[in-house]
Structure formats: C-alpha cells, structure tokens
Design a protein around this ligand. Structure first.
Ligand SMILES: Cc1cc2nc3c(=O)[nH]c(=O)nc-3n(C[C@H](O)[C@H](O)[C@H](O)COP(=O)(O)OP(=O)(O)OC[C@H]3O[C@@H](n4cnc5c(N)ncnc54)[C@H](O)[C@@H]3O)c2cc1C
Length: 414
C-alpha cells in the first residue's frame, strides 16, 4: 500500500488526508503544534465563491501605501530587509493588473464552486459536523462613494455566472431584522455560505483518526533527505520517517520548508486577528464584510466572530492590539446599537494566511521532485478552498483524472 506523509494539519492538510483516506493509501499527518495553532482555527469561516477578484488587483498597491501610515489600518506591509519580501512584492505588483484579474476570475470561481459542492456533500453525509449554513454574504459599505466599485464588482460576478444583488441601506436592514445596520448599501451574494472553523478542524481530525489516519501531533518537520529526484525521508523533532509520497501543506511556513527542498516559493504570511463576542440581544444573521474597515462579522458557535487586518509579516505571530482596536472600532460604525466589549489580549486569536503574490494557490507537483506535492498559498480563501484542495491533492497523488484543470496553480509558475 502506498504511504503518504502530509506536513501540516490545517484545512489543506486535513482535507488532503480526508480524500486520500478514501483511496487505497496509508496516510500520516505530521503537525508541529496541536492542530489549533494554525490559520485554520479562528478565522472568519466564510465560504466565498463570490471572492473571484484576487488581492493583486489594480489600485491595491496605492491603497496599501496609504494605509501603511496608520497603526490601526486594515492592510500593512511590515518593512523588513528581506529578499523574499522584495521578490514577493515585485510579483504582487506585476500581477496587479486588469489582465490578471480577468485571468483569475474563472479560475477562482471554478475551484470555489468545486469546493462548495464538496462542502455540501460533506454536510449531507453528516459524518463531520462543522456548522454549515447557506445564508449568503453581505459586503456592507457606509460611504456612497463605494457604489461604482460595488456596481463593477456585482457586474463582474454576474458575468462570471454568480448571483450578486446590489441593495440599498433599507434593503440590507430588511435582511438583518435583529440588529440595526447603518450603511449606505450592501452587495449581497446569496450563493456564499459559512461554517464554524474550530468545529471543522476538531471534528475532521476525529473522523480521520477513526478512519485509521496516523496523526502525529507536536512533531516538527526539520529537514529532508533527497536522492534520485525524490524525497526519500523526512527528518522531524521525533526522528526520521519515510513515505512514498510527501505533501507540504504547512501554511505560511511552507516557504521555509520548501527552501530545504531547493524550492524558492514566493509566499508571505498575511497576519489577521479575530475575537469572539456574545451580545445579549442584537444579533447578526448574515456573515458580513465591513468594506471600508476591511473587517468581518460572522455568526458562529452561538456568538459572533469579528475578524480582520492583513499584515504582510513573514511568519511573525505577535499580536498588535492597535490593529485589533481598528477592527473593534469599526463594529459600532456599521452596527451602532451593538455593544461589543474590547477584547483582552489573551482572547485575541491571530493567524497567518499563506499568501501567494498572484492570489492563486499552489496545488500540484514541482518539476524537480517526483514524489512531492504542494498544497498552500490560499491566502484569504484557504477554508473556502479546503475541500477542493484536498480532493485535487488526492487525485494528483493517486494519479487520477483531476476534477478541474490545475495548471493555474502550478507551484513552479514564477
Ligand atoms: C483573520 C483571518 C480570517 C480569515 N477568514 C477566512 C474566511 O472567512 N474564509 C476563508 O476561506 N479563509 C479565511 N482565512 C484564511 C484561512 O484561514 C487560511 O487560508 C487557511 O486556514 C490556511 O490553511 P492551511 O492549512 O494552508 O494553513 P494552516 O491552517 O496555517 O496550517 C498549516 C499547519 O502547518 C503546521 N506546520 C508549519 N510548519 C510545520 C513543520 N515544519 N512541521 C509540521 N507542521 C508544520 C502549522 O503548525 C499549521 O498547523 C482567514 C484568515 C485569517 C487570518
């Protein structure tokens, strides 16, 4: 029986294990932490086929430069003397074009819709509980100046075959009867969904254990033995392991790991924060993006999760409470009657989104190693794309027909 070692136990690694376990293979997950430290745990849980426009888009660099001057801004690049950051920044700039946006739209739509279908299948099977809800997503804007941008976004989504409805402030309020919403309008994507990511990670892990997947917790991969264009062995804090196939799904840390494999993978950690609140009365029902604040509000686990910020910060995981203050202060702007206490530092979650410079994930084999597959670089959409990523990885490893064309995700594309 073929053996597969998966490095990293976030959604990319767990879903790879889930679909590989359905094939005739022996699966091991090697996870440095306890499965609750990665980016897959405390995120906003939005399943977003609507996110068809990559972060690398015209105007993003200018916005980023303006925001860099504010300590509570939603987007920030931590200035560092780093060759990998310079290369990443150059590639991001190179892809911030209309042409790249046009190229990416059908690619992101197709992988997102594949993933949503797989989430729906999982929810119907009732094997893994993860709080699946198909209530859509609202992009709320306070400033009417956002209207042309929102109209254009709705138009692009409709052209791509997705449902998108531009709503007035009153129409938004009618969709959210239990909380006062003070906005100029909203763009509603009825086809989006949301989950409770903490529950997904815990329950998927339990199902994998029951299926006989070997789970190695607190085991850090440190190096590799490469011979004859193959990864012959994986060296860890717990000794050496040998597998027929290796999958790197180590999130924002994947670039450090793949460097040891002779691969220069442009990847930066995009740090974000979240915190939970349990308001006594008012409540939000539809996951929402607070456009100007670049923050989010998602109902989950009987409460609300607020999240936001994107700090391009390598693998620095420190918590900057000024950025959390930025998220917190936006809440009352959009929901004036919602009283949410400012969170204690200890209760703030932070995660590093594994960001590729062109906004497309890395899913596939690399040229110079015949038994290595990468599954990372999903940036702001890793949870949404988790099932599709896992399915594609299982098809690559077992040599089956792919559910979609994976050429745009080629890890060797830069
Ligand atoms: C604030 C915030 C909100 C977000 N909201 C959403 C959202 O609403 N919808 C959405 O789709 N996405 C969202 N995301 C993005 C999403 O969370 C990520 O894209 C996704 O979790 C990445 O999953 P992953 O498995 O690739 O990486 P991770 O979850 O980071 O997992 C990688 C794992 O690899 C392990 N690892 C690293 N190095 C080693 C090593 N050497 N040896 C062994 N193990 C190792 C780590 O410990 C980690 O557990 C959000 C992110 C943030 C920060």
């Amino acid at each position: 029986m073929k053996s597969v070692g998966i490095i990293g136990g976030g959604v990319s690694g767990l879903f790879s294990a889930y679909y590989l376990a359905k094939e005739n293979v022996e699966v091991t997950i090697l996870e440095e932490g306890n499965f609750e430290d990665g980016c897959s745990f405390g995120n906003a849980g939005m399943i977003v086929p609507s996110h068809i426009i990559p972060l690398a888009q015209p105007g993003m660099i200018a916005k980023g430069l303006r925001w860099m001057l504010r300590s509570d801004s939603p987007f920030y690049v931590k200035p560092r003397l780093s060759g990998s950051l310079v290369k990443w920044g150059y590639l991001f700039w190179k892809h911030s074009t209309e042409q790249h946006v046009r190229y990416s739209i059908p690619v992101l739509r197709d992988i997102s819709l594949l993933s949503k279908r797989l989430f729906q299948e999982l929810a119907m099977e009732h094997e893994v509980a993860f709080g699946w809800k198909e209530k859509g997503l609202l992009m709320l804007f306070k400033d009417a100046h956002a209207l042309p941008e929102m109209k254009e976004e709705a138009h692009l989504a409709q052209q791509a075959g997705l449902e998108a409805q531009l709503l007035s402030g009153n129409e938004v309020q009618a969709l959210e009867p239990n909380v006062r919403v003070d906005v100029a309008g909203g763009l509603y994507y009825p086809g989006d969904a949301h989950i409770y990511p903490n529950q997904l990670v815990r329950n998927l892990l339990a199902v994998l254990k029951a299926k006989g997947v070997r789970i190695l917790e607190n085991v850090a991969v440190q190096d590799f033995d490469i011979q004859n264009k193959k990864v012959q062995a994986v060296d860890t804090s717990n000794g050496r392991y040998c597998f027929d196939e290796v999958v790197v799904a180590a999130g924002a840390w994947s670039a450090d790991l793949t460097q040891k494999l002779g691969i220069s993978l442009p990847l930066q950690g995009g740090k974000g924060y979240s915190f939970m609140a349990k308001p006594e009365s008012q409540s939000i029902q539809i996951p929402s993006i607070l456009l100007e604040a670049r923050a989010t509000a998602t109902p989950m686990g009987g409460g609300l999760r607020f999240a936001g910020t994107l700090e391009i910060a390598g693998t620095d995981t420190s918590v900057n409470m000024n950025r959390v203050r930025g998220i917190h202060s936006s809440i009352q702007n959009y929901y004036p009657e919602l009283s949410i206490p400012f969170p204690e530092k200890e209760s703030v979650w932070r995660g590093l989104r594994p960001c590729s410079p062109d906004g497309l994930p890395y899913i596939g084999r690399v040229k110079h190693l015949s038994n290595l597959t990468l599954a990372t670089g999903h940036g702001m959409m890793g949870v949404s794309l988790g099932p599709a990523t896992g399915k594609l990885v299982s098809e690559i490893v077992s040599g089956k027909k792919r559910s979609m064309d994976i050429a745009p995700f080629n890890p060797d594309r830069f």
